[in-house]
Design a protein around this ligand. Structure first.
Ligand SMILES: C[S@@+](CC[C@H](N)C(=O)[O-])C[C@H]1O[C@@H](n2cnc3c(N)ncnc32)[C@H](O)[C@@H]1O
Length: 200
């Protein structure tokens, strides 16, 4: 094994072990925690929609920050099997083709929409970035429909040729935006987080 890989794996293992110790099902929780520490975007009592929520670490973390006066709703192709507090619900569904029944269950008037959605990766950077762009665009459309005016948006995207186009769309819908690369992202990963603040 090359020394660089060994270093990367040690860091990954550390975060995976830490997640297990902290009772989260995935290390991705530390990305949202970093965003939260920097921006304080999640507030007590908020309604939050979490797109691509399985295995459930963002859902659990967000529901801890909102407390039980808030409501946190997750959607994913896969079921979330961890135990969630009563004010958090997870639904199974495809963001790219949500039916009326699912839309009725999730409701509207959200303060924050968060998306950590990721496509199945192929190893081809262009294909993976294009699939990630499709998911991010769908997340932005959902945010446009379901956020309250002034609401906020956090969205993961793999940087590719459509990245600037996505930024432009976020700028159109939100008063301000930030770009964030968490320390806890795998260094080789093309993922980056766009934060839209203040839905117009
Ligand atoms: C990185 S994981 C999310 C991890 C989650 N934030 C957590 O902390 O536990 C990405 C998720 O996006 C979901 N996903 C991908 N495409 C989707 C789609 N079209 N609709 C719903 N979920 C999707 C995948 O099933 C996967 O569970």
């Amino acid at each position: 094994m090359k020394p660089q890989n060994k270093k990367k794996n040690t860091w990954d293992d550390h975060l995976t072990r830490k997640a297990r110790k902290d009772n989260y099902p995935a290390r991705s929780v530390y990305k949202l925690e970093e965003i939260q520490k920097k921006t304080k975007i999640i507030k007590k009592g908020q309604n939050i929609l979490d797109l691509g929520s399985a295995p459930g670490s963002w859902l659990l973390y967000a529901s801890e920050v909102t407390g039980n006066k808030g409501r946190v709703v997750g959607i994913d192709l896969k079921p979330v099997t961890i135990k969630l507090p009563a004010h958090a619900q997870a639904y199974t569904g495809d963001i790219l083709s949500m039916d009326t029944e699912l839309l009725e269950k999730i409701g509207k008037d959200y303060n924050l929409v968060i998306s950590d959605m990721a496509p199945d990766t192929t190893g081809n950077k262009n294909v993976d970035a294009a699939r990630s762009y499709n998911l991010s665009e769908a997340a932005l459309n959902i945010a446009g429909d379901l956020l309250l005016p002034g609401g906020n948006f956090i969205c993961k995207i793999f940087q590719g040729s459509d990245f600037e186009q996505f930024l432009l769309m976020v700028k159109t819908q939100f008063s301000k935006y930030k770009i964030f690369k968490p320390q806890s992202s795998r260094k080789a990963s093309k993922e980056i987080f766009i934060i839209g603040l203040g839905k117009k």
